[in-house]
Design a protein around this ligand. Structure first.
Ligand code: ADQ
Length: 530
C-alpha cells in the first residue's frame, strides 16, 4: 500500500508530456556499467510475474529525496505496475544540457530503476516543442490550420527517438516487456527493432487519433503510420481512435485487417485496441471527503456565500476550448439575467508549453475574453469569471470540485479528459453536482449520463448550464451514481493491468516482425490504395 502522502502528493500534471519536471540530481546517479549491456537477445515469452516491465515516456517522474512520488494519477498507476514487475522507467530527465546524453543516468529507488537522458537545446526545440507539439499535437486534435511542419523538426524528432532507442537497448534484458507512452515516441519501437530488439513492445496513445483524412495532411504521415506496425499492441483512449488508426494503416499503407483488433503488412502484425484510461477513484473521492478543512477550500466557500460555483480545470491549451467556454458562460448570463450575481465561474488554467507561439497567443486571447466579459457583466461585489493560473494539490482540487454545483468540461477535442472523471469522483453522493461534457472528449463515450454538449455551440452550452443549475436532487443523484459506478469499475488499475495483460497475450501470439501473412480469418482484407 502507498502512504496517504504519496497517494495525495500531486503537482500540475501535463499528462500529455507524461508527468511533471522533477529534479533528478542527488544520490544514486551512476554511469551505466558496460557489463549491463546485454541487449539484442532473442525474444523470450513473458511469464506473469517473471518478466520486467520497462516503461518509456517523454518525461520520467522520480520520487523525491523523501521517497514520495512527485506525481499525478498516471505516475501512481505506472509506479504500482513498475513495482510489481521490478521495473525500469526510461525517458527524458527534463534537463537541457550542452551535450546530449549517450548513456542514460541510472537512479535506483526501491524496487524501481529510473534511467534518464538529457537533451540539448536543439533536441528540445526540434523534438519536443517543434515536431511533437507544433506539428503532431494540433493534427491529432483536428487543428490542421495550427499544425506547423518543418523538416528540421521532424529530423530532430527522429534523432531523439533513435538516441533513446540506442540508450534503452543497452539496458534491455531478453524477457523485458516494454510499454511506450504517447506521441513523442511513436517511432521508438521501429528504432528498437532496427537494433535487433525482439521483446514485446506496446504503445499507449494518450491523445486522439484523427481520421485518416486529417492525419494525411501531415507531410510524411505514411512513415509515421508505418512505424506503428512495429508495436505488438497499440492502446487508444476510445474505439473511435482505434478505428481511425486501423483505417489509416489500411487506407494509407494497404495493410490487411485481421481479427481481432489488428492489421498486418509486410510480415508485421499489430493490434489496435481501446483502453480508456481511468483515475484512482477511491483516492480522489477520499481526498474530496476530507478536503473541507483546507484553507483554500474554506476561503472559496466563504467567498461564494449563496452563489453557485461553476468550475473548470485545464492546462492552458487551445484544445481545451477555454475562450469558447467563457463566451458560452457570457451567453448564459445574457440569456438568464436573473443569474447575474448568483453564479461564479472559476476557471483554473495553469500555463503550459509557453515556448510554443500558439500557446502565447492563446494566453492573450483568454485574457482579452475574460477582461471583456468581466468588464461588461461584472458588478461591484461580483466578478463573473475568476481565472487563476496556479497548480493546486489534489486535495485542493478535489475540495473545490466538491463545492461546485457544475463541472464544465468542454474541450474542443480531448483524448480522454481526467478532470471530468475527477469531478465525478469528488462529489458528495447525497448532493452531487452536475457534469457538463463535450461530446468531443473521449470520456463522453463512457459517461453518457453527463449533459453532453457541442462545445462550439455557445447557445447549447449556455442552455446546459441553466439545466444543470435547475436539476432536481433526484435527477442529479441518478446521473451521478451511474457515472460513479462506471469510473469505479474502469479505474486506473484496471487500465494498466488490462493493457499489460493484452501485451503479454499479443506479444506471445506473434511479435510484429514474426508474421509472414495476414490471418486467414481476416474479417475484411482490404487491398492497398497504393
Ligand atoms: P492532459 O491534456 O494534460 O492529458 P487531462 O486528462 O485533463 O489533460 O489531465 C490533466 C491532469 O492534470 C488532471 O489530472 C488534472 O487534475 C491535473 N491538473 C490540471 N490542472 C491542474 C492544476 N491547476 N493543478 C493541479 N492539477 C491540475 C493528456 C490528454 C488527455 C488524457 C490524459 C491521460 O490530453 O486527453 O486524458 O493525457 O491519458
Amino acid at each position: 500500500m502507498r502512504s496517504r502522502n504519496e497517494q495525495t502528493s500531486r503537482a500540475l500534471f501535463d499528462m500529455s508530456m507524461i508527468l511533471n519536471p522533477t529534479g533528478v540530481q542527488g544520490a544514486g546517479l551512476r554511469e551505466l556499467d558496460r557489463t549491463q549491456r546485454g541487449a539484442f537477445a532473442n525474444k523470450v515469452l513473458v511469464r506473469p510475474g517473471a518478466a520486467r516491465l520497462v516503461v518509456v515516456s517523454n518525461r520520467v517522474t522520480i520520487p523525491d529525496a523523501s521517497g514520495k512520488a512527485v506525481a499525478g494519477g498516471l505516475a501512481v498507476a505506472l509506479k504500482e505496475a513498475l513495482e510489481a514487475h521490478k521495473g525500469l522507467w526510461f525517458g527524458w530527465s527534463g534537463r537541457v544540457a550542452v551535450r546530449p546524453s549517450t548513456q542514460p543516468q541510472i537512479i535506483d529507488k526501491g524496487a524501481v530503476q529510473y534511467a534518464v537522458m538529457d537533451l540539448t537545446a536543439q533536441d528540445r526545440q526540434e523534438y519536443y516543442s517543434g515536431f511533437a507539439n507544433r506539428a503532431l499535437w494540433p493534427i491529432m486534435h483536428y487543428r490542421i490550420g495550427l499544425s506547423e511542419f518543418s523538416r528540421a523538426d521532424y529530423a530532430g524528432y527522429q534523432r531523439v527517438n533513435r538516441a533513446f532507442a540506442h540508450a534503452l537497448a543497452q539496458l534491455l534484458r531478453p524477457d523485458d516487456f516494454i510499454w511506450v507512452h504517447d506521441y513523442h515516441l511513436m517511432p521508438l519501437a521501429s528504432e528498437l527493432r532496427a537494433l535487433g530488439v525482439t521483446n514485446s513492445i506496446g504503445y499507449f496513445h494518450h491523445i486522439p487519433w484523427p481520421a485518416p483524412e486529417v492525419l494525411g495532411v501531415l507531410p510524411g504521415c505514411s512513415k509515421l503510420l508505418r512505424v506503428m506496425l512495429d508495436y505488438d499492441l497499440i492502446g487508444t483512449q476510445t474505439e473511435r481512435d482505434a478505428d481511425n488508426l486501423r483505417r489509416g494503416l489500411i487506407e494509407e499503407l494497404g495493410a490487411f485487417a485481421i481479427r481481432p483488433h489488428g492489421v498486418a503488412l509486410d510480415g508485421k502484425r499489430t493490434r489496435v485496441k481501446a483502453f480508456p484510461i481511468g483515475i484512482d477513484y477511491e483516492a480522489f473521492a477520499g481526498a474530496a471527503e476530507k478536503s473541507g478543512a483546507h484553507r483554500l477550500v474554506r476561503q472559496t466557500q466563504r467567498s461564494l456565500g449563496e452563489r453557485s460555483l461553476i468550475m473548470s480545470v485545464d492546462r492552458l491549451d487551445y484544445s481545451k476550448g477555454i475562450p469558447e467556454r467563457m463566451e458560452a458562460f457570457e451567453r448564459f448570463l445574457l440569456a438568464n439575467p436573473d443569474q447575474c450575481g448568483r453564479v461564479t465561474f472559476l476557471q483554473i488554467a495553469p500555463t503550459s508549453r509557453s515556448e510554443v507561439p500558439e500557446y502565447a497567443l492563446l494566453s492573450r486571447a483568454v485574457n482579452q475574453t475574460l477582461g471583456r466579459i468581466n468588464g461588461d457583466k461584472g458588478e461591484p461585489g461580483w466578478i463573473p469569471i475568476q481565472y487563476v493560473t496556479s497548480a493546486y494539490s489534489r486535495n485542493v482540487l478535489a475540495g473545490l470540485f466538491r463545492i461546485a454545483r457544475v463541472g464544465l468540461v468542454t474541450p474542443l477535442r480531448d483524448g480522454m479528459n481526467l478532470v471530468a472523471k475527477e469531478f465525478v469522483a469528488a462529489q458528495n453522493p447525497k448532493d452531487p453536482g452536475v457534469l457538463i461534457l463535450s461530446r468531443f472528449a473521449g470520456v463522453a463515450q463512457q459517461l453518457p449520463q453527463a449533459l453532453i454538449v457541442n462545445p462550439n455551440d455557445k447557445f447549447e452550452v449556455a442552455d446546459a448550464i441553466r439545466r444543470a443549475l435547475d436539476m432536481s436532487l433526484e435527477e442529479r443523484c441518478a446521473r451521478w451514481s451511474a457515472m460513479a459506478g462506471t469510473l469505479r469499475r474502469w479505474d486506473v488499475r484496471w487500465w494498466s493491468s488490462a493493457f499489460l495483460r493484452d501485451l503479454r497475450h499479443y506479444g506471445q501470439n506473434g511479435a510484429a516482425q514474426h508474421v509472414a501473412e495476414p490471418d486467414q480469418d481476416a474479417a475484411s482484407s482490404q487491398s492497398a490504395k497504393s
